[in-house]
Design a protein around this ligand. Structure first.
Ligand code: NAD
Length: 350
């Protein structure tokens, strides 16, 4: 059986979701698409042989099995709830919501439904992460103790042309104003998901924020965040903004690489959204020996893996990442990071 999907929200990131479905023509049909901008909807419908419809029409169409929601975060909870209530399988984006009560209501509604509910997660579906998990499972680095992430953003115009409206809802208005650092809140799910996959629930978080000036603006860069996990394990994030750093990327101009220290070795994932130079995707040092692995480093590949996993889950009831409950743990961590950043900003101001 081919799964018939409706996709709502056809902005910047939708190209990755749609391309991944298009690469599975025997398994998925993108039957309907919808966007607040009718011209955008018509053009995507044309490209994918789908119907451009209103969101309520998509929900009411009995031939559609699953809804993929790719709208701006502020609109997501209400639309996700409507999609769950329509009786379809639903996949949404991080963050689940801007506050825990709204997110919990969504997860409870999803659990009451007989259909699947997924929170899309690319970091853990990247081939580099899947290899890292295997190496850790095999005992290559011993017992994982800490994860360290470098969040290096470049101002050079590389990779995607991100339209101004895709930044506007993240940085301005009522949604953004509820957070100490709205852009970091948006990114933090990607920092937390590997840490939570390794160590579970986030405990205490501390942060330092900087005052790097870019043109007229004073930013919060460079920043440093660190946290413990409730059951052991710790994480650190080093966030920087670089005016002239070359980043090899097809999407965002950021190098989001990480390393994991274990009781008997160290593992590096040398690429995330992009990378500062060609390097082996994964390296692991143990017993005084360095091994390198050139697994597929492209950020887009994680979308292919995740969409295959999602369609298999709908058809075969197989596991997928993240469930609503796992995404709630990520959101709890994101809110703790935001509170720690607010405390750091207050410290600097006094
Ligand atoms: N996993 C990741 O790494 C990742 C990366 C980027 C974005 N995202 C998530 O994907 C979602 C979309 O992000 P984006 O960067 O593509 O944003 P975007 O602003 O580029 O696109 C959003 C689209 O939704 C449309 N839209 C807005 N309100 C709508 C409504 N009520 N009904 C129908 N369409 C509506 C807009 O016209 C636009 O085309 C967000 O939830 C974001 O957090 C995830």
């Amino acid at each position: 059986m081919k799964v018939r999907v409706g996709v709502v929200g056809l902005g910047r990131v939708s190209s990755l979701h749609l391309a991944a479905y298009a690469a599975m023509p025997h398994d998925v049909t993108v039957a309907a698409v919808s966007d607040a901008d009718p011209a955008r909807a018509a053009s995507v419908a044309d490209a994918y042989g789908a119907h451009a419809v209103r969101f309520d029409e998509m929900l009411a169409d009995p031939s559609i099995d699953a809804i993929e929601i790719l709208v701006p975060s502020p609109s997501q909870p209400e639309m996700a709830l409507a999609a769950i209530r329509s009786g379809k399988h639903v996949t949404v984006q991080k963050p689940l919501a801007g506050d825990l009560a709204t997110a919990e209501a969504l997860v409870v509604a999803a659990e009451a439904s007989s259909r699947k509910f997924r929170v899309f997660e690319n970091t853990l579906n990247a081939p580099s992460w899947l290899l890292a998990e295997q190496l850790i499972h095999d005992g290559t680095i011993g017992r994982p103790l800490s994860i360290s992430m470098r969040w290096t953003n470049s101002l050079l115009p590389r990779g995607w042309d991100v339209p101004a409206d895709a930044w506007a809802w993240r940085h301005r208005g009522a949604w953004a104003e509820q957070f100490a650092a709205p852009a970091l809140f948006d990114d933090s799910a990607h920092m937390l998901s590997p840490a939570i996959a390794l160590f579970g629930e986030v405990g205490d978080v501390v942060a330092l924020t900087g005052r790097q000036r870019v043109g007229e603006h004073v930013t919060g860069f460079p920043y440093a965040i660190a946290w413990h996990h409730v059951d052991g394990g710790q994480a650190t994030v080093d966030g920087t903004l670089c005016e002239d750093l070359e980043v090899l990327t097809e999407q965002y101009a950021s190098d989001t690489s990480l390393s994991i220290t274990g009781s008997a070795g160290v593992l590096w994932i040398n690429t995330g959204e992009g990378r500062v130079a060609e390097r082996p995707t994964v390296e692991v040092a143990s017993g005084g020996v360095l091994r390198a692995f050139d697994v597929d480093h492209r950020w887009s590949t994680a979308w292919h893996v995740a969409q295959q996993e999602w369609i298999a889950a709908i058809r075969d009831d197989s596991p997928f990442r993240w469930t609503g409950r796992q995404a709630l743990a990520v959101l709890r961590g994101s809110l703790k990071i935001d509170a720690a950043v607010r405390a750091a900003q207050l410290r600097r101001a006094t």
